[in-house]
Design a protein around this ligand. Structure first.
Ligand code: SF4
Length: 349
């Protein structure tokens, strides 16, 4: 991992969606999809953004890709703010950040053969010029993602889900990016195919020195391929640290609950499942104080009125929870034994 300038910095990012209604169609409420989050990704690093569906993690990915205007905050790519750039000025930067979506079928044009899907970014971004050079580059991409070269003449519907995701990855690589956002990129795949795609992403990252923002609700997958983890709940980052810190010494009750829900196939290993009360509250009207207070097993009075700030737990490890103001002997998070995940590791390298 590089120690130079981060490839990506996100500073106090907010994305609020106004809800309009009533006779005069004025703004009646806001959806606080992302509500002030900050993180950075070093060159060649993987940061995983995890949390339940609806926590705002995909909105973060879309904000970085500038698929909409953000409400406030900054998105800085390799030292340059990109959140306010005009479309024209943004264009050359788009090459540097690519995306792999969850559903490769809907993200691949069904009326284009694979060769044209891959040739498009190669040509558009001027990676190669001339038919021969573009074909050579296309074939190299097929090799890189483990697809047979003669498959370039096939259509997207002729491939399996895993193969289509390989095409999606090849298309992202075609632009020679420095950062790839993987938005639930393996969620729709079968377990064994999931492992193959995760292994492919890990290999490509090492080989090409790519940075990855891996957006996922699946902690078991994240453990195998990430350097750091940021846990999101209702539009906020509640804990962030290295993989070892998050999986070995989680310091937020939400992280502990997410970890406890990961299935353990080995019957000899017992892990107490923490069942969270109720549903995720609406981002239109998030709870006052700590946003997790309506579901937290350790909630106390202060949590309902005062929002906890992210505070350092260890080098590079932060968590937002009032329990850390209690004496260590009264802090249940410091007493918890967190068994290591025992997902079927044989599938991952
Ligand atoms: Fe739970 Fe309170 Fe900590 Fe929030 S601040 S996570 S409600 S103990």
């Amino acid at each position: 991992m590089s120690t130079t300038q981060p490839i990506l910095q996100v500073n106090d990012l907010k994305k609020h969606y106004p809800i309009r209604g009533g006779l005069l169609s004025g703004i009646t409420a806001n959806v606080y999809a992302v509500d002030g989050i900050s993180f950075e990704i070093a060159k060649g690093e993987t940061l995983s953004l995890v949390g339940e569906s609806g926590c705002g993690k995909s909105t973060v990915g879309k904000a970085i890709l500038r698929l909409f205007d953000i409400t406030s905050g900054e998105v800085v790519l390799d030292g340059q703010r990109i959140d306010q750039l005009s479309t024209g000025k943004l264009r050359p930067l788009r090459q540097r950040v690519q995306v792999v979506f969850q559903d490769p079928f809907s993200s691949l044009n069904p009326r284009m053969r694979v060769r044209d899907i891959l040739a498009e970014p190669i040509t558009n971004f001027g990676i190669a010029q001339g038919k021969e050079a573009v074909t050579e580059r296309t074939m190299a991409l097929m090799d890189k993602v483990g697809l047979p070269r003669d498959a370039v003449n096939r259509w997207p519907h002729e491939f399996s889900g895993g193969q289509r995701q390989r095409i999606g990855i090849a298309r992202a690589l075609a632009a020679e990016p420095e950062l790839i956002i993987c938005d639930e990129a393996v969620s729709a795949l079968d377990v064994s195919v999931k492992a193959q795609i995760v292994n492919l992403l890990c290999d490509l990252q090492k080989e090409l020195g790519l940075a990855l923002l891996f957006i996922s609700h699946d902690l078991a997958i994240v453990e195998h391929m990430t350097h750091r983890v940021a846990v999101m709940y209702l539009g906020k980052i509640v804990e962030m640290g290295t993989k070892e810190q998050i999986f070995g010494a989680p310091r937020h009750p939400y992280t502990v609950a997410l970890l406890s829900a990961v299935p353990v196939p080995d019957p000899k290993i017992r892990r107490e499942r923490i069942l969270l009360k109720g549903d995720v509250p609406s981002p239109i009207n998030p709870p006052k104080g700590c946003r997790f207070n309506t579901r937290c097993p350790y909630v106390f009075d202060r949590c309902r009125t005062e929002e906890p700030a992210l505070r350092p737990m260890a080098q590079g490890h932060v968590a937002a929870c009032h329990l850390h103001d209690l004496p260590a002997e009264d802090n249940p998070l410091l007493k918890q034994a967190v068994p290591a995940l025992a997902d079927d590791r044989r599938q991952f390298r």
